[in-house]
Design a protein around this ligand. Sequence first.
Ligand SMILES: [Zn+2]
Length: 286
Amino acid sequence: MDWEILNIENNFRSGIDIPKESEFSYHIVVSDNEVLSIAGVHPWRPLDQDEWRWLGLDAESEHFLGDVDGVPIYACQVDPDADHPEGYEFETLYSFLGQVEEPVFNLIGRAKQVIDWYRNHQYCGVCGDRTTVSGNDRSMTCDKCHQIFYPRLSPSIIVLVTRGEELLLARNSRARGNFYSTLAGFVEPGESIEAAVHREVFEEVGVTITNLKYFGSQSWPFPNSLMLGFHAEYESGEFQLQEEEIADARWFHYEDLPHHPAMVSIAGRLINDYITRLGSSDGTQQ
Ligand SMILES: [Zn+2]
C-alpha cells in the first residue's frame, strides 16, 4: 500500500466501525502537541502498520478515525516523556500547516483533536464519575449520570472589511513584529455567526459593516477552532480600538500591504481573493 495513491480529500470516510478485512493500516502518532514524522520522508505520511508495531511505543490510547478506500487510519496517543525513537522526529502540529496538503493537514488535526477530546473527558464534568467511550458514535458517556461528551469545536469568525481599494487590517496586541491580519473572534453562546461578525468588528475597531458575504471555512485545530470566513464592506464610524486586543488598525491600499497572513490560512485567502477581484474588475468591486 502506497500512501501517495490514497485520495484523502475525496475518499476519506470518518467513522467508528473498523473495516474488518484490512491488511494495511496507517497510524498518526501524537504526543501532546506534537506529531511523529519519519525522518527524511517528504512529504509527510503516517506510519504504516509495521512501522507502528516495530516502533515499540506504548499507545496510551488508540482511536480509529475512519478509512480511505478501506484502509483504516488510527490516531495513537503516546507518552510525551517516552524516549524519542531513532529515525523519527516529533514536530509541532503548527509546523505541518502549509507543509502538507490541506486534506492531510485536516486529517492530522482530526487525530490531534480526537485525542484531546479523549484525554479531556476521562471524568464526567457533571458528577465526577468515570466516563467510557460510547459504542455508537464519537462520544464518551458518564457511567453514572449518563452525560454525553462529544469532541468540542469552537466556531470563530474571521472577516476582511474593505472600503473600495482599501483593506482593514489590524495588529493584534499579542502578535510580535509588524504583522497585520483580518479581524477575528469567537462566536458567543446564543449568537448567530452573522451577529458575531458585526459584534466583533464593532468591539475591536468601533466601525459598522454591511454587505456581509460568506467566503469559506477552515478547520483550525489550535486547539479546536472552526474558522468561518467572511467578506464585509465598511459602512460607518471612526476607529476606536479595543486596546487589550488590538494594538493598531489601519486602512491599507491593496497595492501597499504590510506583512500579512500567508495563503495557508483563511485570512490569507480572504485577502488574496479580494485583491484578485479588484485586479480583475479594474478597481471596482463586482
Ligand atoms: Zn456524570
